[in-house]
Design a binder for this molecule. Structure first.
Ligand SMILES: Nc1ncnc2c1ncn2[C@@H]1O[C@H](COP(=O)(O)OP(=O)(O)OP(=O)(O)O)[C@@H](O)[C@H]1O
Ligand SMILES: [Mg+2]
Length: 391
């Protein structure tokens, strides 16, 4: 949908902010521009809606050169969200969200009811609609910023470090919300961040940029992690990219073992059948109680208080290999506990078995559409306030 063809931006003082950038931004997915400060991310984003005009090259939107389109029409087809939301301080939340519909000539009632609908969509309590921005938390303001950008239902959303100013917990919530909104609405989103973890979590495609406005690599996140194009990208990804890549492989492929899983009222015969070094004891409902060496268990008299903790179980249906590995690493026995959605034990898996699955996974290409695999969970960090607004 958006195609950049050898686009360069040279500012009047001679700074080359973006250097012959070519990118194909796929429809209805999230493309992330990531890179260190000053590498040209904001400039790239602003060239898409012509807040900045390119010095050379062309940008096509649905095959049409954006430089030939009236700026107002173009901007109305692109919601724009910035850090700290950039809300109008003297307007209520509802009126902030209704800004663009009002500009487009919608009646007051219709615009407000659209605004109310969007508040719900971005997870804001309707009661906040009458407040002013200063009466909201940073995370809530950021949600208002997203709602405002969505108000006229533009096919494209441009987001410049929208979640950088909030704490990690709120940021994770905002990221999850964005993924959900994207799933529901299928917008084409171009998202700028300098946080690689955020890029990997949100991006269907990730463009890693480097100083001087150069594109270092353009790839799906799993591919970045497995095959960084050069030392710069590798360094930018950080030390544990191997472990992080495991987030893209479902834990469902792990072979679970039920041999060591025994109920709290297990008979002597059942306990004698446990051949593994540890047994996992479950309660009457099948939920985990804890680990023990089988010989320390007295049939008919198992004391849950004396068991070793079972750590944090994983859910094979929805978790990744990374989550399973984490459970095994945190478990005092080195075995990870798998549970179903009701928390009932479906089996256990040892570290060596997980290691085997990991070797197998590394030999494979991960799922082609990683955003479809609901097995990710991470977040990032940021800075820099800003203060612009558009529709
Ligand atoms: N109006 C301007 N005039 C001259 N140089 C500019 C202008 N705007 C940006 N630059 C320069 O262009 C380069 C890219 O800036 P840009 O804002 O696109 O970077 P960025 O990747 O968004 O950085 P950050 O992560 O800090 O937001 C920087 O060297 C910056 O100083
Ligand atoms: Mg920037």
């Amino acid at each position: 949908m958006i195609r950049m063809d050898s686009v360069t931006k040279r500012y009047p003082d001679g700074t080359v902010a973006v250097d012959r950038l070519s990118l194909e931004i796929p429809d209805r997915s999230i493309t992330v521009l990531v890179g260190p400060s000053g590498c040209g991310k904001t400039t790239t984003l602003r060239m898409i809606n012509r807040m900045v005009e390119p010095s050379e090259g062309t940008i096509l939107l649905d095959g049409e050169d954006v430089s030939r389109q009236p700026v107002t029409t173009l901007r109305r087809s692109m919601g724009y969200v910035i850090q700290n939301a950039g809300l109008f301080q003297h307007r209520t939340i509802l009126d902030n969200i209704a800004t663009v519909p009002r500009m487009l000539g919608w009646g007051k009632e219709k615009a407000r009811s659209r605004a109310a609908e969007l508040m719900e969509r971005v997870g804001l309590d309707a009661a906040l609609g009458k407040r002013y921005p200063y009466q909201l938390s940073g995370g809530q303001q950021q949600r208002v910023g997203v709602a405002r950008a969505l108000a006229a239902d533009p096919p494209v959303l441009l987001m410049d470090e929208p979640f950088s100013a909030v704490d990690p917990v709120v940021r994770k919530g905002l990221q999850d919300e964005l993924l959900r909104i994207q799933d529901e609405l299928g917008k084409t989103i171009v998202f700028v961040t300098h946080d690689i973890d955020e890029a990997i979590k949100l991006g269907t495609m990730v463009a890693v940029m480097r100083e001087g406005g150069h594109l270092a690599q353009f790839a799906p996140p799993a591919e970045l992690l497995s095959d960084p194009a050069d030392a710069f990208v590798e360094d930018f990804l950080g030390a544990d990219r191997g472990v992080r890549r495991l987030s893209f492989f479902p834990a469902a492929a792990l072979e679970l073992s039920t041999g060591p899983v025994v109920p709290v009222d297990a008979t002597a015969r059942r306990l004698a059948q446990v051949k593994d070094p540890y047994a996992l004891v479950t309660d009457g409902e099948g939920r985990p109680l804890g680990w023990s060496e089988p010989r320390d268990l007295t049939p008919g008299d198992i004391d849950p208080e004396r068991l070793l903790p079972y750590g944090r179980p994983f859910r094979p249906a929805t978790d990744s290999l990374r989550a399973a590995l984490d459970c095994a690493v945190l478990s005092p026995t080195g075995w990870a506990v798998a549970v179903d959605t009701d928390g009932r034990v479906t089996g256990v898996v040892s570290q060596p078995a997980i290691a085997e699955a990991i070797r197998h996974a590394h030999a494979q290409v991960p799922a082609p559409a990683p955003e479809q695999v609901p097995v990710r969970a991470r977040d990032g960090a940021g800075d820099r306030p800003d203060a612009e607004v558009t529709g």
